[in-house]
Design a protein around this ligand. Structure first.
Ligand code: ATP
Length: 601
């Protein structure tokens, strides 16, 4: 088995240490552009090392062959300005020149549909509820106008440098982005570091599981745009590290997941009982690929004269993902997984399981079979979570076994295969999980293990497969119905109460998950709820202490960088990957001119 795996997945070779290994820095301490008082906008000097890190090809996703397909998707807009002219190009958006330069550095040639439509609305200062498919560029759709507006404000009123010797203790950001998971926070921080390059805007990110004092130090250096998980944000506000009175742009990213995790009271607390200015000078926006009714209720309660923008169907997914569903009984899943991994050329692969225990267990099984794997879940210390994701990104551990912690928003280059080892009961979860592949018009493969225990999701899964023109396997055909219609729009705000009183709505029913709310990332420890085989729906645990990175793998922990550094990363970082799975039901052989081949035989 070792030879077989090694031949497939590459020889062990030493790899360069990453930034995390060089010192004990956290992801929130990654460098941002160091603006000096004497710089002028448009004339700031380059920071070549930072520029290479931020814009290097290896660190970001290039558009794929299906990028053009985006433009054929249907767009619906309700509310907001009377007339919106979708952007033909970024230049039309009247974005600040520094932002335009960074768009070029990112290699974005044209806007995606969500960007074409959302940016003009946000530039006109309307509140926005926006839904678009996974991987279709929602992040830039809100970041670009927000950053551009901050820069224009700064140009009119340049920030005043603190007096010599003055000690700033409180951050007063102009923009606040709240999101459900720490990993997503780090990623949006990275994206913000890119778009604020050579600008005076200082971004910061705060999330649980890390030393709040160090995050406070970051905040004390000043912060114009703050990215935060809800619990840590409240914590920082209560400790006087953050004031919200200057916030003019408020974004809830993956808004439905924030509520799903039980953060609604926290969000309402932030929106209602904080020092946030709640008048027409505050612009609020919510983005996601899925929008159950609860989040639409929240939007109605807190947004003014807002625009509802939908690109494609709410909860729909991209046809760039080849979805395969195979029948696998529980007892046979391990063997099938190993066969599946061996049957394909190595490619960055994300395996979803439902429980933390199973993530550890499977990690052990695969590691002992010499697969270059690592796991990520909420029981890991934050340091371990950051290391695991980094190892996956750089290709040192190209197989990541994760719970739902990795399901939302993560944008990792060349994830070619998502495997639903355990299938969630919730179709929205399924959509977000498989959405970790096929980003920005690239192709991807999602393989789902299905058995009778998953009957609950079967009707919706089948509907989605049909909608995406995917093969419906024999064993799922009994779930095909004539009803191919979908609740395909936002609920009219005037109808929400009616809908709620009838007990209906997109977000109702069918959700048997154990949410087991815990400490919500508040920065204190103590969870008793997920010792067993409960599903992991609470992501932002805080153990109150850092358990270190060098866990003994035999005890379900992490491998250190040495023992895990040997896998040849090169095949996982280029565009030359090909993946294939054996499936007797399918003879498709899709190949593309950028050499991403999907071989099904
Ligand atoms: N206009 C563009 N041209 C090329 N690439 C783009 C463009 N806009 C965004 N991208 C890239 O597409 C990828 C996906 O974008 P993003 O992460 O914002 O998707 P998303 O819609 O937020 O997905 P999810 O719902 O999964 O969070 C990113 O790597 C981003 O850099």
């Amino acid at each position: 088995m070792e030879d077989e795996v090694t031949m497939k997945w590459g020889d062990r070779q030493p790899t360069e240490p990453t930034w995390e290994h060089q010192d004990d820095a956290w992801a929130f301490e990654k460098p941002t552009y160091e603006w000096q008082q004497e710089f002028e906008q448009g004339n700031a000097p380059a920071m070549p090392e930072l520029e290479a890190e931020l814009f290097g090809e290896e660190n970001r996703i290039s558009t794929g062959i299906h990028f053009d397909k985006f433009s054929r998707i249907n767009v619906s807009r309700k509310g907001g300005p009377e007339r919106v002219d979708p952007l033909q190009n970024f230049e039309q958006a009247k974005l600040h020149p520094i932002i335009l330069e960074n768009i070029q550095r990112m290699g974005y040639l044209e806007p995606t549909p969500i960007q074409r439509n959302a940016i003009p609305i946000l530039m006109k200062n309307y509140d926005l509820l926006a839904c678009a498919q996974t991987g279709s560029g929602k992040t830039a759709a809100f970041l670009l106008p927000v950053l551009s507006k901050i820069l224009t404000k700064m140009q009119k009123n340049p920030p005043v440098a603190p007096l010599p010797g003055a000690r700033k203790t409180k951050a007063s950001p102009l923009a606040l982005i709240i999101l459900p998971t720490r990993e997503l926070g780090i990623q949006i921080f990275d994206e913000t570091r890119r778009f604020t390059y050579k600008s005076p805007i200082r971004p910061a990110v705060i999330y649980g599981g890390t030393d709040l004092r160090r995050q406070k130090d970051q905040l004390a250096r000043g912060c114009d745009i703050l990215i935060a998980t809800p619990g840590r944000l409240v914590d920082a506000m209560e400790r006087g590290a953050v004031a919200l009175d200057k916030v003019r742009y408020l974004v809830l990213d993956e808004a439905d997941r924030i509520l799903d995790l039980g953060f609604e009271p926290t969000i309402r607390q932030i929106l209602l009982s904080s020092d946030l200015t709640r008048d027409e000078s505050l612009h609020t926006m919510m983005f996601s690929a899925t929008f159950p009714t609860e989040i639409q209720v929240l939007a109605r309660d807190f947004m003014n004269d807002y625009c509802r923008l939908r690109i494609g169907r709410i909860g729909g997914t991209t046809t760039d993902i080849m979805q395969k569903v195979i029948k696998v009984e529980e007892y046979h899943k391990e063997d099938t997984l190993v066969e599946l991994l061996l049957s394909q050329p190595p490619s960055r692969t994300l395996i979803f399981v439902d429980t933390k225990r199973k993530a550890d267990y499977l990690d052990d099984i695969l590691y002992n079979k010499h697969f270059p794997c690592i796991s990520l879940h909420g029981d890991r210390s934050q340091r371990e979570r950051e290391l695991a994701l980094e190892a996956f990104k750089v290709g040192r551990s190209p197989i990541l076994i994760a719970t739902a912690v990795a399901a939302r928003g993560l944008d990792i280059k060349d994830v070619l295969h998502v495997i639903n080892y355990d299938l969630s009961d919730d179709i929205d979860d399924y959509v977000h999980r498989i959405g970790r592949t096929a980003r920005a018009g690239n192709p991807g493969l999602a393989t789902t293990f299905y058995n009778e225990q998953n009957w609950m999701i079967a009707p919706q899964l089948v509907k989605l497969l049909i909608e995406c023109q995917q093969e419906v396997p024999e064993f799922l055909q009994e779930f095909i119905t004539d009803d191919v219609s979908y609740e395909n729009d936002f609920v009219d705000p005037d109808q929400i109460d009616l809908l709620e009183s009838k007990g209906g709505g997109a977000g109702e029913g069918g959700d048997a998950r154990d949410h087991g709310y815990g400490d919500h990332d508040q920065g204190h420890s103590g969870h008793g709820h997920d010792q067993g085989e409960q599903r992991e729906d609470i992501l932002n645990y805080d153990h109150g202490h850092n358990q270190g990175v060098n866990y003994d793998h035999a005890h379900g922990g992490y491998r250190d960088s040495d023992s895990n550094s040997g896998w040849n990363a090169s095949v996982f970082g280029n565009n030359n990957n090909s993946i294939g799975i054996n499936n007797n039901n399918n003879n498709k052989n899709n190949s593309s001119n950028n050499n991403q081949n999907f071989n099904f035989h």
